[in-house]
Write a protein that binds this ligand. Sequence first.
Ligand code: VGL
Ligand code: ZN
Length: 211
Amino acid sequence: MPGVKKQALLVVDVQNDFCPGGTLAVAHGDEVVEPLNRLIDEFLARGAPVFKTRDWHPPTTKHFAKFGGTWPVHCVQNTKGAQFHPQLKDDPRIHIISKGLGDTDCYSGFDETDLDDQLRQNGVEEVLVGGLTTDYCVKNTVLDALKNGYRVKALEDAIRAVDLQPGDGDRAIEEMRAAGAEVVASKSTPNCRLPISDCRLLPANKDSLSD
Ligand code: VGL
Ligand code: ZN
């Protein structure tokens, strides 16, 4: 249908270690779960693709401070900290993308993964991105998606920042916007149980009609 972009939802790193109680906990990280669950339901209901990325590090990696990197040990493969938040919707139709498998930081879901191939195979033109963390993996995933030619909507109420330096999250939002991402409220995005071709007629989705 002309003017309608095929969308995918990208849920970035909503894992225990980035949530309160985790080893790299982000303030209010768990608050992204509710808006993202709503969108996961909506996307699945209209047959649109949903991707979850996960940080999936080996026990020894230069990503961790104790081996020369930046971060406390987090999201080690097959540990509880690497599991998705227990309340985050699970469904066999959701594609899982594991990243950070070696010594490189891999802050982007596109870094050393087949995410771009999978999006292309699904005919995706626009991605909605939410999750953790605003200033690292969300930002880098958004910037790479733009570089790879996708339209991007960053879900402002469904992301949270590490804020190693105060203001990092706000600066990351400005960087994403400057690079061409739209920064939107998750509720302004398609929210109906009709196929996308009917969904676009609802007032809440008028923005997906323009271009
Ligand atoms: C992330 C720091 C280290 C992220 C991953 O998911 O944003 N941040 N590893
Ligand atoms: Zn990491």
